[in-house]
Design a protein around this ligand. Structure first.
Ligand code: SF4
Length: 701
């Protein structure tokens, strides 16, 4: 007889339901939850291997101060006192939190509340900045709010699915399985994949557009110009529900076809076929992910896509709409609580005085941050130049994952006071901590996460907390209380935090805000325990939850209309004689982020055992590397040495290197040491898909 617990996978933004079982001998096994609407029982390789990653090997089990075991009381007092003293001496902006899309919503909520409402700074940013912040900025420009209108069912109902900047098969595998199953059932369904690489995902494509890096703005601008002169244009929707079409159309029309060919690098026939498919298919879903977001023109790419859906009125109806796919399990939940430096809470705007006043009254907080804080790249710059003097890093490994990673590592090392909350004792980041706080891991955690389609699901614990490990929310509540904010941080359970978060989402909401889960505002502990997955919005007292946005307008700009947004053509070629290759970084199928968990599974590691650089055969011949030989990749920021994987899937002049490997698994393979800290001007999201590098054979001296 085994005990079963329904929980949620902690990896990608699909947010699959998982049933974890423990048999009489204490052995844990997992299977997909057949009742969960995200996966209906499916799991991918990573989800299926969850039980292989939850052992205690390498776990951080006790607080440490200066490398020595400490009591929780001593460690928490030190953190609280140090943050309080730093704020008193240097002001609230001298401290910062760098958090993570791995945190549960309840953890994230408290981190945001403590920093923005009680410390009084907005210096809280997240590794989700690296994941989907360009989509947030694009949504806010077009819709007046960060609203994702799509659902997974839309992908199955569409007649045309466009995947741009998304290797869905490896990065959102269960969603890919749903798409593949739908396509098998309905042979008329078409899939277009837009990606400079020919990935596994392109194997399902009826049309693969091997676009130039950052050619997406031109592609969707050219599409808009074409649509505007076709019967696909929805004049009624444009007139009733949008603003700014004529100006944006005039600019789009100025892009000549020869410019379009040049900027996208695509053959004319393929371009025409793509335009024809979009023009003649009403049910179109355009999914986009890191290939769109992780760009110096990421926000403009998002808006170029949204412009096309607004122009055709193909939004918010079954089987149609733009759909940003989040990378992390709780990137969306982080957005809901305002866990980004430029957001407030419950999708309210930090720049808006009424929103600030509303949140401050709700929190009964002594202060409220009045302006956006430091976004990830700027935050570590501020650590480097001494503006930030105390830093708390939670559930993330920036020494591996931030661009210009060596500089980030040096900054953390030099920072006067660094706290790291993590499940592992030794990561590339924890080794620089003054205070290490042991966090509970996936199997031990209780709380909620929100997936890409706005579905909130419970994560439930099924194993006891090991050693003295504690929840992240508990750590923040303790520090908040010790900083003197006793009442505001008196939480005793995640249920209480979730109820406050839900209450804030509907507090004085007159319909002008999208995020509203007020129905959960009075949730009792037992109901929280049994909470079934649901999509927001879910207003208090609503007879049925609303799952669709924008089919009939109802955008969140003050006039209720969406905005067409003018976009700029980016500089897409960053190469030079010295750095002639374009580097693209990304995920592989069986690893997650910096491998601190998936790296424990021999099964997962056997898929691809070591870091590699994909390179086109002719480029390999030109620079003198052969398959499986070592290749050195260099930029002004740093260098890595990995094995060459010679493949025609890679376009000429480009390289692909996975972002996972860290120093614990392979020396000199942290690819983010090579990535320049170039960011999108609107979102601050780093551009990790278009980095100019040199590549040559590595010869050991
Ligand atoms: Fe987990 Fe994503 Fe795989 Fe689902 S698709 S099992 S959420 S990694």
């Amino acid at each position: 007889m085994s005990a079963e617990t329904k929980t949620t996978c902690p990896y990608c933004g699909v947010g699959c339901g998982v049933i974890a079982s423990i048999d009489d001998h204490g052995k844990v096994s997992v299977k997909g939850d057949p009742d969960h609407p995200s996966n209906y029982g499916r799991l991918c390789s990573k989800g299926s291997a969850l039980a292989e990653t939850i052992d205690l090997d390498g776990r951080l089990l006790y607080p440490e101060v200066g490398g020595e075991r400490a009591s929780w009381d001593d460690a928490l007092d030190l953190v609280a006192n140090h943050f309080s003293e730093t704020v008193a001496a240097h002001g609230p902006d001298s401290v910062a939190f760098y958090v993570s899309g791995q945190l549960l919503t309840e953890d994230y909520y408290l981190a945001n509340k403590l920093m923005k409402g009680f410390i009084g700074s907005a210096n809280i940013d997240t590794n989700s900045r690296l994941c989907m912040s360009s989509s947030v900025a694009g949504h806010r420009r077009a819709f007046g709010s960060d609203t994702v209108p799509g659902t997974y069912e839309d992908i199955e109902l569409a007649d045309l699915v466009i995947l741009t900047g998304s290797n869905l098969a490896w990065c959102h595998p269960v969603l890919y399985q749903r798409l593949a199953a739908a396509k098998a059932e309905r042979p008329g369904m078409k899939v277009v994949v837009i990606d400079p690489r020919r990935t596994v995902t392109s194997d399902i494509a009826d049309l693969h557009l091997a676009i130039r890096p950052d050619g997406d703005v031109a592609l969707f601008t050219g599409l808009l110009a074409r649509l505007a002169q076709s019967s696909a244009i929805d004049q009624n929707f444009i007139a009733t529900h949008t603003e700014g079409f004529s100006d944006v159309f005039a600019e789009a029309s100025a892009l000549s076809f020869s410019d379009l060919l040049d900027k996208t690098g695509l053959p004319a026939m393929q371009l025409r076929e793509f335009f024809r498919l979009f023009e003649t298919t009403e049910k179109v879903v355009t999914c986009y992910s890191q290939g769109v977001n992780q760009s110096s023109s990421g926000t403009d790419k998002v808006n170029a896509i949204l412009n096309c859906h607004l122009a055709t009125g193909r939004i918010g109806r079954p089987g149609m709409g733009p759909f940003s796919l989040t990378g992390q399990p709780n990137a969306m939940g982080g957005r809901e609580v305002g866990g980004l430096a430029n957001m407030l809470a419950a999708h309210m705007a930090i720049e808006n005085a009424d929103d600030r006043d509303r949140v401050q009254r709700f929190w009964k907080s002594p202060v409220i941050a009045e302006r956006p804080g430091l976004k990830a790249v700027d935050m570590f710059r501020a650590v480097a130049d001494g503006r930030v003097k105390a830093l708390w890093i939670m559930a993330t490994n920036p020494v591996v994952s931030m661009p210009d990673a060596d500089t980030v590592e040096a900054a953390i090392k030099a920072c006067p006071f660094v706290v790291v909350s993590d499940v592992l004792r030794q990561t590339d980041t924890t080794r620089h901590a003054d205070v290490l706080l042991p966090s509970i891991g996936w199997a031990e955690k209780d709380g909620t996460v929100t997936n890409s389609e706005r579905r909130i699901s419970r994560q439930r614990s099924f194993l006891p907390s090991p050693g003295e490990a504690k929840p992240d929310w508990w750590q923040m509540a303790e520090v908040g209380r010790r900083m003197g904010f006793t009442e505001a941080f008196s939480f005793r359970s995640p249920a209480g935090i979730f109820a406050e978060h839900a209450a804030l989402s509907s507090f004085e909401n007159n319909g002008s805000r999208d995020f509203d889960i007020g129905a959960c505002a009075q949730i009792a502990a037992e109901d929280y325990e049994t909470l079934s997955p649901f999509q927001w919005p879910q207003a208090a007292g609503a007879a049925a939850q609303t799952t669709r946005f924008f089919a009939k307008g109802g955008f969140f700009h003050a006039d209720g209309k969406a905005r067409f947004v003018a976009v700029k053509m980016p500089v897409s070629d960053r190469t030079s004689a010295e750095f002639p290759f374009t580097l693209n970084t990304g995920r592989i199928r069986d690893q997650w982020h910096t491998m601190t968990r998936t790296g424990k599974s021999a099964r997962l590691s056997s898929h691809i055992a070591e870091p590699f650089a994909e390179i086109h055969p002719r480029d390999a011949i030109e620079i003198g590397v052969s398959d499986a030989s070592l290749i050195k990749i260099e930029s002004p920021q740093g260098k890595v040495i990995v094995r060459a994987l010679v493949t025609e899937r890679q376009a000429r002049g480009s390289l692909f290197v996975p972002m996972h490997w860290n120093d614990s698994f392979a020396a000199k393979a942290r690819i983010d040491t090579v990535v320049a800290p170039v960011t999108d001007p609107f979102s601050g999201q780093p551009a990790s898909k278009n980095v100019a590098v040199a590549a040559r054979p590595f010869k050991a001296s």
